[in-house]
Design a protein around this ligand. Structure first.
Ligand SMILES: N[C@@H](CCC(=O)N[C@@H](CS)C(=O)NCC(=O)O)C(=O)O
Length: 225
């Protein structure tokens, strides 16, 4: 048990920024943040593996219940906090709205996230440029953002008229489009998605994540020089 309500284990990557946004949206300030340096392999340390045997951040521990509750998988963390604070996810008394959010939340972690990871690996991180792999992941990611652009055609937010945890989850990776490394001319190709980006970025919680991402990208670029 620590002195704070939550222990948040993260790193400067998309899945971690989703939790940063959520904590800000819920005005949760009583948490300890521990950076797990995944580039140095800290996610494989026995104490971390006890919390997440899948060796990945983010992890959130809720110390307000006894014994503390350990959560991993960003979608589960968002869903847990939303249910606990009754915000950003309709309750079971509104099944249609609740499962609209959960469907899109799953889409962000099952389709958007892994495919963004693949694309950045083949396009940016892998030394050897393999055209077929780049082309395949580029095509899939463009399809995924077309799907998101399509659903946003007649909605303000991804699951309807209210901000929800699927918007937070989508933005963790979605903000990379702004950094110019994912899809050329994305603002024109996905005008509804662009409008959504502008809308969520009016919120302090999302602006905070952009600041963290900008800093991470600047540090990464400096380390490559
Ligand atoms: N499905 C997981 C993915 C988490 C994930 O991929 N985390 C990455 C950083 S963004 C990580 O910890 N990688 C370390 C590793 O794979 O060893 C979630 O949504 O939480």
């Amino acid at each position: 048990m620590t002195d704070k309500d939550y222990d948040f284990y993260g790193y400067h990557t998309s899945n971690s920024w989703k939790v940063d946004i959520m904590l800000k949206e819920l005005s949760i300030e009583s948490f300890n943040y521990t950076e797990v340096d995944i580039a140095a392999g800290e996610q494989f340390k026995p104490d971390f593996l006890k919390m997440n045997p899948n060796n990945k951040i983010p992890v959130l521990v809720d110390n307000t219940i006894s014994p503390p509750l350990v959560l991993f998988e960003s979608a589960t963390i968002l869903e847990y906090l939303a249910d606990k604070y009754k915000k950003l996810l309709p309750g079971l008394d509104r099944p249609r709205e609740r499962y609209e959010v959960l469907k899109w939340l799953t889409f962000t972690v099952a389709s958007q996230g892994p495919n963004m990871g693949q694309l950045l690996f083949w396009k940016i991180h892998n030394q050897e440029k393999v055209p077929a792999a780049i082309e395949k992941s580029q095509k899939e990611i463009e399809r995924i953002y077309s799907v998101l652009d399509g659903v946003l055609k007649d909605r303000s937010y991804i699951a309807g008229s209210e901000l929800s945890i699927c918007d937070i989850s989508c933005y963790g990776w979605g903000m990379y489009l702004k950094f110019g490394i994912v899809v050329d001319g994305w603002e024109v190709k996905y005008p509804n998605f662009k409008r959504w980006v502008d809308l969520v970025e009016t919120r302090a919680s999302f602006q905070h994540a952009v600041k963290l991402a900008d800093e991470a990208i600047r540090n990464w670029q400096a380390s490559k020089k």
